[in-house]
Write a protein that binds this ligand. Structure first.
Ligand SMILES: O=C(O)CCC(=O)C(=O)O
Ligand SMILES: [Fe+2]
Length: 385
């Protein structure tokens, strides 16, 4: 089934001559140098996914995760079965995409009003303190039958859709699904595949793969943006995968109320748990608050390029706490909504706020207490510092 889609994409690509976009003709992405600054780094565990298929490996990894998923919400994975060269190629595609003229990129612009994330999101739509954001993105929906023909792409990316589709699908099978089995083991679910079955790649869900770019700012601009310190948020899906890149900026809010910096461990993906997995466990699995702040001074001049994958359950999933987990039962977790809510409703509600800053600002102003009701009694809050 998967190959059919990939083959279709391949056939579509082949009807046109995309020679000029072959990787050897693109300007290669080069990682900026690492910072020499001494920063308070987060202490995160690293899961070696090579251990997953060895005897006893899953239990060992689940043990290693126990604290991280309940108290921290962030960890690294390594040895996830994607050649580093293919990762570098995705960075190169991202770089070359962002270098296209605006007149080309805006043909693929996100439909903000429809709360549709996929496509190109232009920088500067969101207010950050007293200035505009410096972030540009391009999101790819899953390459599955539900989205076939729905989104067009610039030729540069069309020339590489088979690789992009493969990359996205492989992240799902090599990282997301194994992690969901490990979470099930941590929760002591009788069925290790319980969460996996809510995340079947071929079924309709809003997972997406993203190229992201943070533009450098002058000192004046950083002052106006409050150094990004007010950008604390949680992500809306199941887990977010963030490829290693060296420009520091990502910070996590710890249980002690202190922000620490996520470091760039070569060959890793940084994983954070997000809202949906938290909803499914009544908050027991931690959707961690994080933000991206001004890089240390020796890295301020560089573009900060990101490759991310956002995993989400099927749209029809009901976001109630799982009932057959002894761990959740013992903790006495409660539903986080005051009525039954599906993933589709949750995505629309939270994405409407994320994509339409004016609507979000108005609703925060109306509530007056720094929080906003996203859906059915569940509230998000603004982090001031
Ligand atoms: O770029 C990063 O390091 C994190 C980005 C992020 O938090 C997000 O896109 O939700
Ligand atoms: Fe985030």
């Amino acid at each position: 089934m998967s190959t059919t889609i990939t083959e279709t994409i391949q056939t579509q690509s082949d009807t046109k001559n995309y020679d000029q976009y072959s990787l050897d003709k693109l300007s290669p992405y080069v990682h900026p140098p690492e910072t020499k600054a001494e920063l308070p780094w987060s202490e995160l565990v690293t899961l070696d996914l090579e251990d997953y298929d060895r005897p006893g490996g899953k239990d060992r990894l689940a043990k290693q995760l126990e604290h991280a998923v309940h108290h921290v919400g962030f960890f690294y994975v390594k040895n996830f079965g994607i050649d580093q060269k293919l990762v570098e190629e995705q960075f190169t595609l991202a770089k070359n995409f962002f270098e296209l003229p605006v007149s080309e990129k805006e043909k693929y612009e996100v439909n903000y009003a429809a709360a549709d994330y996929n496509g190109w999101r232009r920088p500067g739509r969101r207010l950050q303190a007293t200035t505009r954001d410096n972030i540009e993105m391009y999101n790819f929906a899953k390459f599955t039958k539900d989205f076939e023909g729905k989104y067009d792409h610039p030729d540069l990316l069309k020339a590489h859709l088979p690789e992009i589709a493969w990359f996205q699908r492989t992240l799902h099978s090599n990282v997301v699904l194994p992690l969901l089995r490990l979470f099930a083991i941590v929760l002591q679910l009788p069925d290790e595949d319980y969460l996996v079955r809510q995340h079947i790649f071929e079924e309709k869900s809003e997972d997406h793969f993203r190229y992201m770019l943070y533009y450098p700012r002058t000192e004046e601009e950083w002052v106006a943006a409050d150094y990004g310190k007010k950008g604390g948020h949680t992500d809306l899906g199941t887990v977010t995968l963030l490829f290693r890149q060296p420009v520091a900026g990502l910070q996590i809010l710890g249980e002690d109320g202190e922000w620490t910096w996520v470091s760039a461990q070569p060959g890793t993906i940084t994983v954070n748990l997000a809202d949906t997995i938290s909803h499914l466990t009544g908050g027991w699995l931690k959707s961690s608050v994080h933000r991206v702040v001004a890089p240390p001074e020796d890295q301020r001049e560089y573009n900060r390029t990101g490759l991310l994958y956002f995993a989400r359950p099927h749209n029809r999933t009901v976001l109630e706490p799982i009932t057959d987990s002894p761990v959740l039962e013992k903790a006495g977790v409660k539903p986080r909504f005051d009525q039954l809510v599906t993933m589709e409703e949750w995505v629309r509600a939270k994405q409407t706020l994320q994509l339409n800053p004016d609507i979000a600002a108005k609703r925060y102003a109306e509530s007056g207490d720094g929080t906003v009701e996203v859906l059915a009694g569940f509230r998000d809050k603004k982090y001031k510092e």
